[in-house]
Design a protein around this ligand. Sequence first.
Ligand code: G4P
Length: 537
Amino acid sequence: MSLIEEVNSRRTFAIISHPDAGKTTLTEKLLLYGGAIHLAGSVKARKTTKHAVSDWMEIEKQRGISVTSSVLQFDYEGHHINILDTPGHQDFSEDTYRTLMAADSAVMLIDVAKGVEAQTKKLFRVCKERGIPIFTFVNKIDHFGRNPFDLLSEIEDILGIRAYPMNWPIGINGNYQGIYDRNAASIELFEKDTSHGQHKLASTKGSAADPLFSDLLDEDVHQSLIDDIELLDEAGDDFDMEKVKNGTLTPMFFGSAMTNFGVKPFLDKFLELAPQPQPRKCLEGTVLPDAEQFTSFVFKIQANMNPQHHDRIVFMRICSGKFEKGMTVTHRQSGRTLRLMQPQQFLATERTIIEDAYPGDIIGVFDSGNLGVGDTLFSDKKTVTFADFPTFPPELFARIRAKDSMKRKQFLKGMTQLAQEGAVQIYENLGSMESYIVGAVGQLQFEVLEYRLKHEYGVDLEMNTLPYSVARWIESDSQTYEHLKNIDSAMIVKDHKQRVVLLITNEWQANWIIERNPDFHFCATPDELALPATLME
Ligand code: G4P
């Protein structure tokens, strides 16, 4: 295949959802279609006894979870699919956010009974800022669910995006019997069973005009379907592919991952509408995916896969050109050249060494500590620099110091390396030389930090969590922050670029402080301070 054909066959996406919406179940069904696994349950087993791809760190084994996002790759009907896994709630971390930087589109999974939940909202925000297409799968319609019009307006109100239902659940009062495909004007009814969705549901398909359905559906259900479709056609949005592409309209599908109802039609339509790898902005201009030059950026680093050797695997997303095993590339940030040996790719449960890879693919390479998150690698002479990753606002803060003050040197070395890896955000504690303030988006990041400082650097940490949940960067030079008023309840720290940050208890307090300090400009992330809009990609 030519390079352009390779690019066009790729779909790289993440599934975003709140825990328990059914992400594992849906992923498993997608892998089954692709033939990457042959047994339902193989992915799910990861949650309990078996340990899969990303199970490298001891902490993962102890907790039976995957600490960092993994990548699943498989082929399906001419498409080469990369699913970026975004972990669930306790294991939520900055990695989860960063993974979304490597995706070309996202599937937002919603539980039909619960609607838009907290974690979906957070992940959605990152996708929306990137302007990538978002597809919605409303899951568990084999179960009692909420009114689909309520879900539609919830998506529009809470997330601020329009939705276009591609299909529509048939039933009243949340008791669904099947789906209506709007494009094909066809109906598929399933037969409920009592096996808690363990079997594929038997179904009857046909044109909506088929008199068969008047017999199969109760009159009120039939009438309600006719009314709903009429309302959608008249009052709903038109399908507009341009809006889908820029992430302002989400195609919405109803189905049930567990009973495999509506999953294949969803997958087929998703692959048709979801974009192949797109051009990426860089400081020097735009990188086209089918350009000859190989370019990639690092979006995740997983260290300590082998504690004896302090191994690090660096995950990079290929943006252009063909990757070949052993190729020599330039590391933009250090200017050094390096050979990419032993590149790995990831199937459902195993890692394999690969010979080549293409734009949209994710590869992992061993690295001894030279590469950092957000770094660019490229072949040939022409310099390419992908923009820095945005900083994701931390919501949890702790004060840390080495228990043994003799270990200060190791403590500093460990903190510097872990910060470079992006494991946590580190702030200078203005009142103390001994302690630092760390910020994270998930509790697990603190646990990983504690564990790794102990096992990799021999430092026992003393960690005290702080009562703050909001950070605000201040646009001013460091002298003037002393003029801030009414900040007794907040804490002042500095980030790694010496910018002043206020740590505040909650949003309400933050707004109160902002109102009382009209001469200062407050930002929720440091990126708002400096990064030109053109680089936000
Ligand atoms: P997650 O990865 O998003 O956290 O969710 P997961 O797939 O683990 O699914 C959460 C629960 O929802 C599981 O039930 C799963 O079986 C169920 N589920 C997923 N899709 C559907 C669906 O389409 N219909 C119905 N009715 N249930 C669904 P569980 O009881 O926690 O686990 P299990 O004992 O069934 O494995």
